[in-house]
Design a protein around this ligand. Sequence first.
Ligand code: MG
Ligand code: NI
Length: 474
Amino acid sequence: MTRKIIIEPVTRLEGHGKVTIHLDDSGNVAQARFHVTQVRGFEKFCEGRLFWEMPVITSRICGICPVSHHLASAKAGDALLGVELTPTAKMLRQLMHMAQYLQSHSLHFFHLASPDLLFGMDADPAIRNVMGVIAKNPELAKKGVGLRAFGLKIIEELGDKRVHPNAAIPGGMNKALSPEKREEFLGQLDGMIADVQIAIDLIKGYYDQHSEESARFANFPTGYLGLVDDNGNLELYDGKLRLKDDKGIIREDKIAPEDYLSIIEEKVEDWSYLKFPYYKKKGYPAGIYRVGPLARLNIADGIATPLANKEFQNFKKLMGKGVVEGSLYYHYARMIEALHAAERIKSLLQDDLICSTEIWVTSTKLNEEAVGVVEAPRGTLFHHYWIDTSGMIRKVNLIVATGHNNLAMNRAVYEVAKEFIKAGKVTEGILNRVEVAIRCYDPCLSCATHSLGQMPLEISVYDSAGNIYRRLRS
Ligand code: MG
Ligand code: NI
């Protein structure tokens, strides 16, 4: 008889998740699925709105990554107008974007991931949480709070609000940066950079102490997708699409973001509200690829800021066969990006142009269709709009990071389940490890399903006859 295990809900994720595991007749894992069960339908809901409202409307998709939607949407608006931004507008957008990286990556690392790294995956969930981090290492917890607050302060200054900003508009930005604020932020940056480096040391210490498990954990071959700049460097705001395969060979390069449908297709499965994008040329599901921090560092040739690039050289040593495949290395990649974001904020603020008031351009042109793309902290984010001649939205397609990673997260759960369930015996620790595996991807489920709300993990294990065999809850 096959057996099925369900894990629901997944804690310390942004959203709501449920895991089901099906066992075969001998009690081994036949299939594991990470279900995304909420849906809100922003794509439909935006039809009939005016395109210039979209940066504000779509930032409501998510309370965790509103800036990413805000900017991708404004970029789609720029393209509908057919305009080139002023240098200052572009710098202010990048400043806001890097502030979002710093706050989002820090939140994930210090509040969600560090308990696993500090206490180990087998620690009691009662201490393996942010309160446990505060009790064991209050200085570290404080640094996390400080980094997050710093990012949020920049977002708030540019966008009037900490959560759902109102700053980017099609054609530019609606508020300049004051010289006073510029000085205030600049004065804090060296401290922020030092704090990110402490997080990086902590992660490297964990890998040193758990080298075998770090290398093996949820390690599987996939492609990697993201943006790179004209020199092949890590690029988070602009750039062209690059896709590498599991051997580190570049399969697609210099693809204009508006041509994303030439390389990606989306598959619908009846058991998940989240679609499954895949690399078209390899088909479904062989075209599995990953996005986000690990993917971006796997596809990049370098990083344009010195400290992050130095750390990136160290990261590259993990690329035995051309790419880094272990899911736990997402944490390292994520904090290398946080370091890059802090360095980039500094260089943007050091440029006098950042305080110019030339921040908006207008246009009499109106294209019918446009794509806005950014690398959101969790991965490549596409906003694709079709409008009528009055600027009213006819159709919207959104592809979010958690969607791109959908196949990979399912695969990660399968890999862990296989290790912890053998011949019908469910080993203690599976619940923690399934959570840890999913958490590497920092899924933004409110985003992926275009829904709002918090969710916690339940694993249900089913036998081959489809009956509940075991249910585990965190
Ligand atoms: Mg979509
Ligand atoms: Ni989100």
